[in-house]
Ligand binder design. Sequence first.
Ligand SMILES: Cc1cc2nc3c(=O)[nH]c(=O)nc-3n(C[C@H](O)[C@H](O)[C@H](O)COP(=O)(O)O)c2cc1C
Length: 246
Amino acid sequence: MKELIESIRKRRSVRRYSEEKLSQEEYDKVESYLHRLKPLIPDLRVEFQIVPCSETNCKFNAEYCLLVYSEEGNLWLTNVGYMLEQWDLYLASLGIGVCWYGMGKVEEERQCDLMYAIMLSFGKCDADAFRNGTDDINRKAASDFWTGCGDERLGEIVRLAPSAVNSQPWRVEQVENKFNVYRQKGGVPLLSAQLFKRWNKVDMGIFLCFLDVALESEGYRYSRVLGTESDEGKRVLVATYTLEGK
Ligand SMILES: Cc1cc2nc3c(=O)[nH]c(=O)nc-3n(C[C@H](O)[C@H](O)[C@H](O)COP(=O)(O)O)c2cc1C
């Protein structure tokens, strides 16, 4: 995953696409990368459908949307976030624009034993749709969500993770070489609380993807024990990491 580090500084949500279409070669790369994504939970089956954006309720002028379906189970939405963020970063490396689209809806949410999880728009875009530095980025400082962080470089990378409505629901508490990653609940209007319940679980997978890319690119050896996607409590333990050295 460490090869994705370059894209972390470059990616941003692309909501304006060009008229140009993906070449067959680009389409094949985009499609085949879906089969190379590293899962967080290997036991959960995840499937994809690429459809013309015009056949969805996505309001962007993208050429395509990717529909993501998954088996349900503990951390299934977190797993989807973890997997598809790798794809988002890979497409940024190809100069192809992507936007997570939580507002997406499909007619049939259930497909046999799989459940619709989320959609992402994608297509060609201008080169200036990407970031060329992190100056203009609107995110919390790492110290606002990661207490006891022993390595500022990690914090500087993971703070760039995207999240629904830029809600950044992650909190990290570190003591020596161990840290817990939590999903912080609440702080959103009641009306949208139901939507956030789903999106913030995807956000946590995105964050873990950024974390793993950061740890690998900084040369850390580490182990991870996964927690839960439960809706109990204000703060939910998603994962515990132990750094085992470099
Ligand atoms: C799970 C998820 C759902 C999202 N849903 C939408 C959406 O429905 N519409 C939209 O315009 N952006 C959506 N976004 C994009 C976020 O608003 C965006 O990632 C965030 O504001 C950070 O900006 P950046 O991606 O440009 O860095 C979504 C992002 C995530 C992670």
